[in-house]
Design a protein around this ligand. Structure first.
Ligand SMILES: Cc1ncc(CN)c(N)n1
Length: 222
């Protein structure tokens, strides 16, 4: 039996995933050593990211061949992203930040690059290419959440973040998208499949870069 499309996609990003798990931002979440300023930076950038991610999901959904698949991405653009933004609203005051201040913080170079890439893939690509581009945003977070949930965190704010992505509700959302991806991935022509695989690998790398930018508290050089 041949592997499913998503299994094949995941195999090519295993080294990226291992690098993500080893990143000091994530090891710092579980041992509690991550400086609060780095986590606050991450949340501020993630607020920018999530707004464009919701746009990308809506555009991908608009390209679906069926009403059910359009509905899935429209629902995720609205509901899943709202849950994630609500997590920020809870965590920011616990970090001494006012959620209203976030708009004053500009998107970083990495946030800008990542969201621009996602939106370009969603607008410019086929439905399958768009699905492949957004898939790591779901799947890597769910895998990371499940992995980190096994380790826990002594810091209740980091534990809350881990619980959101390591929990059953997020896993159910990700299962829906994986099932859809395997359904459409099975019928792709080689060219389209290769373009989709490239998007999947690229946005997986951007996931590592997003945590790394928060670790470095990346700023525009000029
Ligand atoms: C950068 C990033 N990637 C993915 C997720 C999970 N939707 C997120 N909140 N932020």
């Amino acid at each position: 039996m041949t592997d499913s499309w998503t299994t094949r996609l995941w195999t090519q990003v295993e080294p990226t995933y291992r690098a993500i798990l080893a990143h000091p931002f994530l090891t710092g979440l579980t041992d509690g050593s991550l400086e609060q300023t780095r986590f606050a930076y991450y949340l501020a950038q993630d607020a920018h990211y999530l707004r464009d991610y919701a746009r990308a999901l809506a555009v991908v959904g608009a390209k679906a061949a069926t009403h059910a698949d359009t509905g899935l991405f429209a629902r995720h653009a609205a509901e899943t992203v709202a849950v994630e933004l609500a997590l920020h609203e809870t965590l920011l005051p616990q970090l001494g930040l006012d959620p209203a201040e976030l708009d004053a913080i500009a998107p970083s170079p990495t946030t800008t690059a990542y969201t621009s890439y996602l939106l370009a893939a969603a607008y410019g690509g086929t439905f399958a290419e768009g699905v492949a581009a957004v898939l790591p945003c779901y799947w890597i977070y769910q895998r990371v959440g499940a992995e980190l949930a096994g380790r826990g965190s002594p810091d209740p704010r980091y534990a809350r973040w881990i619980d959101t992505y390591g929990g059953d509700a997020f896993a159910a959302t990700v299962s829906e998208v994986l099932a859809l991806a395997d359904r459409i991935g099975a019928a792709l022509a080689p060219d389209e499949s290769a373009r989709a695989a490239r998007h999947f690998a690229t946005t997986s790398r951007y996931e590592w870069m997003f945590w790394d930018a928060a670790w470095r508290r990346e700023a525009w050089p000029v």
